[in-house]
Structures are given as C-alpha cells and as structure tokens.
Ligand binder design. Structure first.
Ligand code: SF4
Length: 67
C-alpha cells in the first residue's frame, strides 16, 4: 500500500480539535488549539487514525494524500 501524507489548511482550520482528539497519534494542537501535524508522512499503523481525523474535520481542512 502507498504511504499516506496528511496536511492541514491553516486558513480553514478554526480549532474545533476533533482531529487531535480522535487521532492524537497523527494530529496535535498548537497553543491556540489549531491543528498541527508533527510528521506529515503517516506510518502504516496510523493510517486509519489519519483518515478518521480528516473525515471528522467540520471545516474539511485536512487533506489525506496517497503517494
Ligand atoms: S478538526 Fe479541523 S478545524 Fe478542528 S482543529 Fe482539526 S483541522 Fe482544525
């Protein structure tokens, strides 16, 4: 399976926190509660969490790309 990459559009993210609450393995928060992604390349064992976080973002701010 191809590796995944995730990215967050910081213009769209308003800091609901659903991504890092549901998938803290992939997503983290900055001091304002906005999403930051410490490592954009997702290891295979965290692919499900990466997709869950993206699918649950109310702003569609997270993109999951298969490389
Ligand atoms: S769920 Fe979406 S809007 Fe909320 S912090 Fe995560 S990326 Fe930002």
């Amino acid at each position: 399976m191809s590796p995944l990459r995730v990215r967050v559009d910081t213009d769209l993210c308003v800091g609901h926190g659903r991504c890092y609450t549901l998938a803290p393995e992939v997503y983290d928060a900055d001091e304002y509660g906005h999403c930051v992604i410490p490592e954009t390349r997702v290891p295979p064992e965290h692919e499900t969490q990466a997709r869950v976080g993206a699918e649950n973002c109310p702003e569609d701010a997270i993109t999951v790309v298969e490389e």
